[in-house]
Design a binder for this molecule. Structure first.
Ligand SMILES: Nc1ncnc2c1ncn2[C@@H]1O[C@H](COP(=O)(O)OP(=O)(O)OP(=O)(O)O)[C@@H](O)[C@H]1O
Length: 225
């Protein structure tokens, strides 16, 4: 098990109003699973993903990620846990425009303080996994949306995170790129990673081991293979 929510949820205070973005939720995410998080806009999907990603603390309940009780960690410990354990993939790729593909992929490793040789080897391996070795010298603007997302996936997996979290990873992609990206995420899950994907797109269900639907802040598991 990589993540466990026990009655965990999130409440925001806006002025004198309290908004429950995610009601108490109990679920676990295991190694080797691709979990889809679906639901209407504003339902709490990103909030659930942000809890799994240790980006926010739960307002109530308990959250464990990679064996750590998140409620008890300080901000700095949380940042380290994120860097060491979690890879993030976003709808808009978030690649740095002036850096070529391999330098984008190298970024998290540099933050972790790896030597140049180690960075080179790990980047090469990550680019191979996503089939982008030949495009390593290209700038983001020289790549299609699907290719940019594959570079973003390489950047997310280069640190060998146990958990890969994706927020609408296919929303900017055409059908063919969607298939390539989802097959890659599926393959990573098969290799033992835990992958969680927030989406509006029902086509992604074909790639999921589990589907969690969030409606009005209430998360319900609706499919398990
Ligand atoms: N930082 C915040 N402060 C106040 N309210 C917030 C905050 N973040 C989210 N919310 C509220 O929590 C609820 C759930 O938001 P969330 O972003 O999780 O939904 P979502 O399902 O991801 O939506 P979308 O599909 O549109 O991205 C919404 O009502 C939103 O307005």
């Amino acid at each position: 098990m990589i993540a466990l929510l026990e009655g965990a949820g999130k409440e925001y205070e806006v002025g004198d109003q309290k908004i429950v973005a995610l009601h108490p939720t109990s679920l676990q995410l295991n190694e080797g699973e691709l979990m889809l998080i679906i639901g209407p806009s504003g339902s709490g999907k990103t909030t659930l993903l942000s809890l799994l990603g240790c980006v926010i603390y739960p307002s109530f309940g308990d959250l464990w990620v990679a064996g750590k009780h998140i409620n008890q960690l300080k901000g700095k410990e949380l940042s380290k846990l994120r860097l060491d354990t979690i890879g993030f993939v976003f709808q808009s790729f978030n690649l740095l425009a002036p850096l070529n593909a391999e330098d984008n992929v190298a970024l998290p490793l540099k933050l972790q303080g790896y030597s140049n040789t180690e960075v080179k080897n790990k980047v090469q391996k990550a680019l191979e996994i996503v089939g982008m070795t030949e495009r390593r010298k290209n700038l983001p603007k020289q790549l299609s949306g699907g290719q940019q997302q594959r570079i973003a996936i390489a950047r997310a997996l280069v640190t060998e995170p146990k958990l890969i979290l994706c927020d609408e990873p296919t929303a900017s992609l055409d059908k063919d790129s969607l298939e390539i990206v989802m097959k890659e995420l599926r393959a990573l899950a098969k290799k033992g990673k835990s992958v969680a994907v927030v989406t509006h797109d029902p086509r992604l269900e074909a790639y999921a081991d589990r589907v969690v639907e969030v409606k009005n802040g209430i998360a319900t598991e609706i499919f398990k293979s």
